[in-house]
Design a protein around this ligand. Structure first.
Ligand SMILES: Cc1cc2nc3c(=O)[nH]c(=O)nc-3n(C[C@H](O)[C@H](O)[C@H](O)COP(=O)(O)OP(=O)(O)OC[C@H]3O[C@@H](n4cnc5c(N)ncnc54)[C@H](O)[C@@H]3O)c2cc1C
Length: 449
């Protein structure tokens, strides 16, 4: 029996989420039906068909491994088919300075290079695979939601200059207006000239197709409910069907169970994020608000909002979801997003929304992802906890995990920031409560400090 942190509604995998991405990408082809009984054999069995699991599968299959991927829903059912489509830097809940105190400056520069490589990987895949994923935006803009947050933007610019070669530009409120980036109560911005926006499902469908072409078997409605290490390798159980594999990969991120494997228990904090998408806005409506830019943006709140004008002039607005998976929490999450959207973009107060959905991103106890062997296991591997920045990093992380398993890279290539396993939360059973208290505190700090 899988132990989950949220109510069962968060893990209903029988249909795809009602996201704008699922509605606008071509349907996923070629998933295999899970047999009702019997044994499936593979060199490597991968649990989770998101960017991470599929990227690992592709790398392994292209290097001759017999790979099978199992998803409780379908490829992209999880966060990879539901996210905001910001393909950008990030992956830790802490800034580079904080990480440098623990791991040293060189290790942090290495981590930053991997983040940048991750963006280039996605970019190259879209080009090489000829995927039209509605790309736009030359980098991203952080908007100061209070005058005193300008100092934070300057600090961010200084950190990026110190640890990376990424160019940044501070923007005054007037410069923001000139560039068509007018949101109410914005006191300046920082343009980080790295990254782009995409339709995450169009990218995912292309990645899935490449896996199939490379010989990966991808099973849908294939929930793995138990894992046994038997000396020779691993046996996974999905109802009456068994999977026998020499190696396994856990690529379940925010949808991980606490006991698959037991090591995961108490180390992760899956958090809901929700997204609203409007109908296409007319040029007049865009001009009335003063937001005509195709740059993607987020604000300086700790409980931040992220937003971007999509290429067809819809507007996407995302932010924190609730901390329960009930219908009431889903509705409350929508109201909260709407309140903030109306406050920041008052000219669009009466605009209709065509889509609202949410999903689980994943934080860890140590505010870092982890890529490597599952501690205590011989040949179980994992890559997870992308801290809401997995479009690029989960793609790169899955690929690097496969390279590490193949022996084409070693632990030094992964580096200490990504290669050090996360610890356990002090009182794991109180994680959700602690998160709820933290949300209240951060909400007050965002509004009043
Ligand atoms: C609303 C939202 C907005 C986001 N916005 C952004 C953004 O703009 N930019 C960005 O970089 N990141 C964003 N993220 C985060 C990003 O989407 C994730 O970090 C990334 O998709 C994680 O990929 P993954 O492959 O590791 O996991 P997922 O895509 O979550 O895949 C995990 C899969 O594991 C499967 N699974 C779990 N348990 C089992 C089991 N027992 N058996 C079989 N299958 C199982 C699930 O069905 C799921 O499909 C966002 C996330 C959310 C939820």
């Amino acid at each position: 029996m899988l132990k989950r942190i949220y109510q069962p509604a968060a893990y209903q995998t029988d249909t795809m989420p009602k996201s704008f991405w699922v509605a606008s990408a071509s349907p996923l082809p070629e998933c295999l039906e899970m047999p009702a009984e019997g044994t499936i054999r593979a060199d490597v069995a991968i649990i989770g068909g998101g960017y991470c699991g599929l990227s690992a599968a592709l790398e392994l299959a292209r290097n001759g491994a017999d790979v099978a991927v199992f998803d409780a829903g379908r490829s992209g059912w999880g966060a990879s088919g539901r996210n905001g489509g910001f393909c950008c830097m990030g992956g830790s809940g802490k800034d580079y300075g904080y990480l440098a105190k623990r791991f040293g400056e060189d290790a942090v520069r290495h981590f930053a290079r991997i983040q940048r490589d991750a963006i280039h990987l996605v970019e190259k895949r879209l080009t090489d695979w000829n995927i039209d994923a509605d790309r736009h935006s030359d980098g991203e803009v952080i908007l100061a939601h209070k005058p005193n947050r300008i100092a934070e933007l300057k600090h961010e610019a200084a950190e990026l200059a110190h640890f990376t070669k990424i160019k940044t530009e501070l923007l005054s409120p007037e410069a923001l207006d000139e560039r068509g980036l007018h949101a109410k109560d914005t006191h300046g911005g920082l343009h980080v000239k790295m990254g782009f926006g995409l339709n995450p499902m169009k990218y995912l469908v292309g990645l899935h197709q490449q896996c199939v072409a490379a010989g990966v078997r991808i099973f849908e409605q294939a929930k793995i409910d138990r894992l046994v290490e038997d000396g020779e390798g691993y046996r996974l159980h999905a109802g009456n069907t068994q999977i026998s594999a020499g190696k396994i990969i856990i690529a379940t991120n925010g949808y991980s169970a606490e006991n698959l494997p037991d090591w995961v228990g108490g180390r992760l904090m899956p958090v809901f994020s929700g997204i609203l998408v409007t109908r296409p806005l007319s040029e007049d409506e865009l001009a009335e608000q003063g937001w005509t830019s195709d740059l993607m943006a987020f604000d300086s709140r700790i409980l931040l909002h992220y937003f971007r004008k999509l290429p067809d002039n819809r507007f996407l607005f995302g932010g924190r979801g609730g901390i329960t998976a009930t219908e009431a929490a889903f509705a409350a999450g929508k109201r909260d997003l709407l309140d903030n959207f109306n406050r920041m973009f008052p000219a669009w107060r009466d605009v209709e929304f065509s889509h609202h959905w949410n999903g689980l991103a994943c934080l860890s106890q140590s505010w870092r992802p982890y890529i490597g062997r599952v501690p205590g296991h011989h040949d179980a591997w994992t890559a997870l906890a992308w801290h809401g920045n997995g479009v690029a990093l989960a793609s790169q992380g899955g690929k690097m995990l496969a390279e590490r398993m193949l022996g084409t890279i070693d632990d030094d290539d992964i580096g200490s920031v990504l290669g050090t396993p996360m610890g356990k939360f002090p009182m794991p059973s109180l994680r959700r409560l602690a998160r709820s208290v933290a949300y209240r505190y951060y909400g007050l700090r965002d509004n009043y400090a």
